[in-house]
Design a protein around this ligand. Structure first.
Ligand code: PEP
Ligand code: MG
Length: 763
C-alpha cells in the first residue's frame, strides 16, 4: 500500500488512503443508483486506491455458498455465474473462519480453487477479508495482484474497514439478490426447528431484541475526543454491570452471579481497552473501534474449538453491544416496558444473560435464539426465569418481523412463525392440557410416593445449580439424589476457590432445608473441560482422564472441594458421591483424602459434619463384577445409568446416531441392573439410580420391578413418575418381571407397556 500524502503525524501512513476510500464509499452510497452499480463502483474504487489489479465482492447465499457479485479485473461474465461452495477455496475459507487470508502465492496454495470462467490464473497475491456484521459473515471482499507479495498490515486494515462499511450498505437491503429466496416470504407461516433450552410452550408476539447499534461514522479527526468518549462509556459500562449484580434478586450467591462476574472480568480487561484505543489512534471513531476490537477478538476466539471460548465470546459480544449502545446514548436494548406486549417472545441471534435480565420478566413468555445451545449462560437464566426457550433455531431472524404471532414449543424445539388458526388452536389445547396436567401433579406434591401395595419409593431430584434447588420444595421430592457440583465450575470464568465453594454448598444445603443432598465430587475432564485447568486434547474423552481419575491425580482440587463440603455441612450429615469409579482401589484412595481432611478439621477444632456417608456411582461396567468388594467399602451406591449404558452398549450418549440405538429395556442391561439391586440387598447398602431413565415412567416402573426403591431424576419428571407409582402394584410386578427378563431376547418395552395397560398403571 502506498502512502498518498497526508501530514498528520498521529496517523499511520495508511490513514489518508483509508480516509479517501471511506469518503468515496460514502459518496457512492449517496448517489442515486441501483445496488449492482454501486457494488461495481465500489470494487473499481478499491482496486484503484489499493493499486490492486483485481477487487471482487462475494456475497453469501442462503445455502452458505458464495456468489461473485461484483469484480474489477476478473472476467465480468463471471459475475453471478461463479459460486463457491461453503468452505471452498480461499474465499470460502475466509468466510468459514471469519479471518483475513493473505497469500503471496495463492495459485499454489492447497486450498486454492481455480475457476476458468474468471480468468484469474495470472494473479498470484491474494488478500481476502470477511464482510462481517454483528458477527455474521455476509460475504468476502478480495484484492489480487499479479506480483507475488504479502500484503502489508495497513492493506489488511484498509480492506477490513472497507468491509465494515460495505456490510452496513448490504444489510440496508440496497443490493438486489439478498434474502430473496421463497422461504423468506412474509406472507406465509414457517416452522423453524431448534433445540429446547428449557421447558414449556409459549404463545405470543415477536419482539426483536435489537442489541446492535449500527455504526455509521467510522473515521474521526479527533482521536483525543474519541478516546475520552470511549473511556467514559467503559466506565458507564462497568457501573451498569455492578448495578445488575446488586439487583435484589441477583445479589445472592448463585450462578447468575458467576455469569455476571464473568462480564465484570471482561469489562475490566485492559487488553480489550487497549485494542480499542489503538484503533482510535489509527483514526477510527470510538464506535468503529469497539466493532473492530470485537471482530478481531471474535476471529481469534472462533479458532478455538473449546465451547468455553465460544461462551466467552458471547460475553464479549454482549459487552461490545452494551458499549455501543452507551456510546449511542441508549443503554438499554429494548423499548420501554409499557411498549412490550404482555406475551412477549424475544427473538435474537444471540443474547447475553444480562440483556435477558434487562427485560420485565412478567411480560416474557418465550425466547428464540439463532445460535445459542443448551450450555449457554442465557439458557441457564431462561430456565431459571421459567420461560419457554429454544436455541439453535437457524434462520429464524430472517423470517420474522416485529409483532408477528409466534409459538415456541420448548418441548419439541419447534418455533411456529405466523401460525395458521388451526395450529394456534392445537397449541392452545396443548398448553391448556399441560397446565391441567401440571395442576394434577401439583396436587400430588404432598402425597408420599407409595405404591398401591404400600411400598414407599423415594423420589429425589437431580440438580447442579443453586437455582435448581427450589424445585425440591416445588416438586415435593424427598431430597437431591445427585448434585452435579461441576456445573458451578463450568459457568465460572475462574476456578472457584475454597471460600466461594463453601458459600455455594452452604447455600445449597440451606435452600434444601431438612432434606438430604448428595453432593457428587467434580465430574470434569474429558468433554467437560474447564479452561482454567490445562488439559490435553483426548481422542476418546468419555474414556479419558476425567472425574475421579483427575481428582486422584490432582488431589489439590479434590481436597479443596472436600474441605469446602465438610465446612458447609457443619452439624449435618455429608453425603459424598464419587463419579466414574472403575476399580475399588480408587474408593480407598478417595477415602484417604476425605479422612485426612476430617483429621485436619478436628485438629483445628473447626466444626464439621456429624457424619460423612461415602457413596460411589456405578457407571463403569467393570464395577458390576466387583460389587462384593465394592459394597462393603461404601455407605451407599447410585447407578449412573447414562454413563453405564453408554459404556455397556459402546454407544456414545452424545452422538445422536447411536445414542438411542439400543433399548435400555432390553434383557441384557436389565439383567445388569437386577444384579446391582441383588448385590445391594445382599450387602444391605442403600441403592439409588440417578440417570435419565429414572425420569421416564415406563423405565422407572421397570426399575421398581427390579427392586429399586430410590430413584433420582430431573424435577419435571417427578409428577409423571409419582403418578405411575401411585397406580402400581409393586409386588405383582416383581412377580412377573424376572421371568419376562429371563426368557427375553432383546427389548421387552412392548411387553412392559402391555403390562401397564392391563394393570392400569399410568405411564
Ligand atoms: C449418569 O452418568 O447417569 C449420571 C447421572 O451422571 P452424568 O449424567 O452427570 O454423567
Ligand atoms: Mg455419569
Amino acid at each position: 500500500m502506498q502512502n498518498r500524502g497526508g501530514d498528520n503525524p498521529r496517523l499511520s501512513p495508511s490513514e489518508p488512503a483509508l480516509r479517501i476510500i471511506l469518503r468515496r464509499l460514502r459518496e457512492i452510497m449517496a448517489e442515486p443508483s441501483d445496488g449492482q452499480s454501486r457494488l461495481d463502483k465500489i470494487v473499481r474504487q478499491i482496486a484503484g486506491l489499493m493499486v490492486a489489479e483485481v477487487c471482487s465482492i462475494y456475497l453469501k447465499r442462503q445455502d452458505g455458498s458464495l456468489e461473485l457479485f461484483a469484480t474489477e479485473g476478473l472476467n465480468p461474465a463471471a459475475v453471478h455465474n461463479t459460486f463457491m461452495r461453503r468452505g471452498e477455496g480461499l474465499v470460502g475459507r475466509c468466510a468459514e473462519l471469519a479471518v483475513p487470508i493473505n497469500e503471496p502465492d495463492a495459485q499454489n496454495h492447497p486450498a486454492f480453487s481455480y475457476r476458468p470462467e474468471t480468468s484469474e490464473e495470472i494473479y498470484h497475491s491474494f488478500l481476502a477479508v470477511p464482510i462481517l456484521r454483528g458477527g455474521d459473515v455476509l460475504g468476502v471482499l478480495t484484492v489480487q495482484n499479479k506480483m507475488p507479495k504479502e500484503y502489508s498490515d495497513e492493506d489488511v486494515e484498509v480492506l477490513q474497514t472497507t468491509a465494515m462499511v460495505l456490510a452496513e450498505h448490504l444489510v440496508s437491503g440496497a443490493v438486489a439478490g439478498a434474502n430473496a429466496a421463497p422461504e423468506f416470504n412474509r406472507a406465509v407461516g414457517h416452522v423453524v426447528r431448534g433445540q429446547p433450552l428449557s421447558e414449556g410452550i409459549a404463545l405470543g408476539h415477536v419482539v426483536l431484541h435489537q442489541s446492535r447499534v449500527v455504526v455509521t461514522e467510522l473515521d474521526s479527526k479527533d482521536p483525543e475526543a474519541e478516546t475520552l468518549r470511549l473511556e467514559a462509556a467503559v466506565e458507564e459500562l462497568k457501573a451498569s454491570i455492578d448495578e445488575i449484580l446488586e439487583q435484589g434478586d441477583l445479589s445472592a450467591a448463585g450462578e447468575h452471579r458467576d455469569v455476571l462476574e464473568a462480564y465484570r472480568m471482561f469489562a475490566h480487561d485492559r487488553g480489550w481497552l487497549r485494542r480499542m484505543k489503538e484503533a482510535i489512534k489509527r483514526g477510527m471513531t470510538a464506535e468503529a473501534a469497539v466493532e473492530r476490537a470485537q471482530n478481531d477478538t471474535r476471529a481469534r476466539m472462533l479458532r478455538q474449538t473449546d465451547s468455553y471460548w465460544h461462551e466467552r465470546l458471547r460475553d464479549l459480544d454482549e459487552l461490545s453491544d452494551r458499549l455501543l449502545r452507551i456510546l449511542a446514548g441508549r443503554p438499554r436494548a429494548h423499548a420501554a416496558t409499557d411498549k412490550l406486549p404482555h406475551d412477549t417472545v424475544l427473538i435474537a441471534r444471540t443474547m447475553g444473560a444480562a440483556d435477558l435480565l434487562d427485560y420485565d420478566r412478567s411480560r416474557l413468555r418465550g425466547l428464540v435464539l439463532e445460535d445459542s445451545g443448551g450450555q449457554s449462560h442465557v439458557a441457564i437464566v431462561a430456565k431459571a426465569l421459567g420461560i419457554a426457550a429454544v436455541g439453535n433455531a437457524r434462520g429464524v431472524m430472517e423470517r420474522v418481523d416485529q409483532g408477528n404471532p409466534i409459538i415456541v414449543d420448548a418441548e419439541t424445539g419447534e418455533v411456529h412463525i405466523r401460525p395458521s388458526g388451526e395450529v394456534i388452536t392445537a397449541y392452545g389445547d396443548k398448553a391448556r392440557f399441560r397446565a391441567r396436567r401440571h395442576r394434577r401433579y401439583r396436587e400430588l406434591r404432598d402425597r408420599p410416593a407409595m405404591t398401591k401395595d404400600g411400598q414407599r419409593i423415594e423420589i429425589h431430584i437431580n440438580a447442579g445449580l443453586l437455582m435448581d434447588v427450589p424445585h425440591l420444595a416445588e416438586s415435593g421430592a424427598d431430597g437431591i439424589g445427585l448434585y452435579r457440583t461441576e456445573l458451578q465450575f463450568m459457568v465460572s470464568a475462574t476456578l472457584p476457590r475454597l471460600e466461594q465453594q463453601t458459600q455455594m454448598y452452604r447455600a445449597v444445603v440451606a435452600e434444601a432445608g431438612h432434606k438430604p443432598v448428595v453432593f457428587r465430587t467434580l465430574d470434569v475432564g474429558g468433554d467437560k473441560a474447564l479452561p482454567y485447568l490445562r488439559q490435553q486434547e483426548e481422542e476418546n474423552p468419555a474414556l479419558g482422564w476425567r472425574a475421579i481419575r483427575l481428582g486422584l491425580d490432582r488431589p489439590g482440587l479434590l481436597r479443596t472441594q472436600v474441605r469446602a463440603l465438610l465446612r458447609a455441612t457443619a452439624g449435618l450429615e455429608l453425603r459424598l458421591l464419587l463419579p466414574m469409579v472403575t476399580a475399588v482401589g480408587e474408593v480407598d484412595m478417595a477415602r484417604a483424602v476425605i479422612n485426612r481432611e476430617l483429621e485436619l478439621l478436628q485438629r483445628r477444632t473447626a466444626p464439621g459434619p456429624t457424619r460423612v456417608l461415602l457413596g460411589v456411582m456405578i457407571e463403569v461396567p467393570s464395577l458390576l463384577y466387583e460389587l462384593d468388594a465394592l459394597l462393603p467399602r461404601v455407605d451407599f451406591v447410585s447407578v449412573g445409568s447414562n454413563d453405564l449404558l453408554q459404556y455397556f452398549f459402546a454407544a456414545d450418549r452424545n452422538n445422536p446416531r447411536v445414542a438411542g440405538r439400543y433399548d435400555v429395556l432390553s434383557a441384557a442391561p436389565l439383567r445388569a441392573l437386577a444384579g446391582i439391586a441383588e448385590a445391594a440387598k445382599r450387602h444391605d447398602r442403600p441403592l439409588s439410580l440417578c440417570g435419565e431413565m429414572a425420569g421416564r415412567p415406563i423405565e422407572a416402573m421397570a426399575l421398581i420391578g427390579l427392586g429399586y426403591r430410590s430413584i433420582s431424576m430431573a424435577p419435571a419428571s417427578v409428577g409423571p413418575v409419582k403418578s405411575m407409582i401411585l397406580s402400581l402394584d409393586a409386588a405383582e410386578l416383581q412377580r412377573w418381571l424376572p421371568e419376562a427378563i429371563r426368557t427375553a431376547e432383546g427389548s421387552i418395552r412392548a411387553q412392559l407397556k402391555r403390562y401397564a395397560e392391563d394393570h392400569g398403571v399410568e405411564i
